[in-house]
Design a protein around this ligand. Sequence first.
Ligand SMILES: [Cu+2]
Length: 349
Amino acid sequence: MSRRDTRGNRNVPSPRHSTSRPFLRAAGLIAVLALLAGCENSPSSLTPKGPGAASVTPLWWFMLITATLVAVIVFSLLGMALLRSRQEQPAERPMKMDSQRFILLCGAVVPAVILVTLIFLMLGVMADLDNPPEEPNTVIEVTGWMWWWEVRYPGTDAVTANEIHIPAGEPVELRVTAADVIHGFWVPELHPQINMTPGIIDTIWIQADEPGIYRGQCTEFCGLQHTFMALLVIAQEPDEFDAWLAAQAEPAPEPSDPVLQRGQQAFLDNQCLFCHAIRGTSAVGEVGPDLTHVMSRETLGAATLDNSVGNLAAWTANPHEFKPGVKMPAVNFESEEFAALIAYLATLE
Ligand SMILES: [Cu+2]
């Protein structure tokens, strides 16, 4: 039988269809997505790859298990009470001593025990996080910018962006701050999140037990491209790390042929030098990533694009295509000059 609304139109969806079904469908979809998110191989502090993250994981499990137990007990009791209230009972019943004890126990004593336990567990974790297993040999300065990460190795000339190379198997000291607004620095597999605050330098240590690439993400909303402000921590064998650091400290090679020279001139003549540094040239801009060894990096635009000459050209032609609102203008070039510029940038390894 078809349904009609007040105007007599046919096939009006029933209220069941219009409200509860979409709600159920949405709930189902969210549940499936949540499950799938667990399947995907995304960085999680529940699979720690270093002692910093590992010290936090048991705290999370403790909280999840305790909260689940409490919820199950409370809802069971609530269910029992609701069932009972349907049975015939005198309206006013004097409270028995037992019930008062029960309220005192479950309303005050049990929560107090849980919270005090949690505080002590947390103090232990905080002490762990304060004390690296050994004195760090490497210090790295990481500064959050809208929407990328500046990475400096004090005591050397090495400056890079959006990837932090560290020696594996030892703690490394990070001094984090921000240049413009508050950013959040978090590499879930290695350490708990810390805010980066303009004017304040916070010190943490991180350690990756094994060589590998660990993805991090800005975790404090910082504007339009916050989502595309990711970074990679690249942990290497200590001797590989030393070789990498020595290479990064070198200035850029002088362009060897006329096309590359023209490309370098294009860089120096067209705004690029106001924002970017290429060590060994007159470009010493500081508000954009240091490009001295840009091609040695895994990604462009704070892990927005894989690094390749094609993506370098596409990014330079119009970075707003990939990160709308990005703090870099699209500069107009004639095609030959642009090709020379890209050929030159491609040599910066
Ligand atoms: Cu952010």
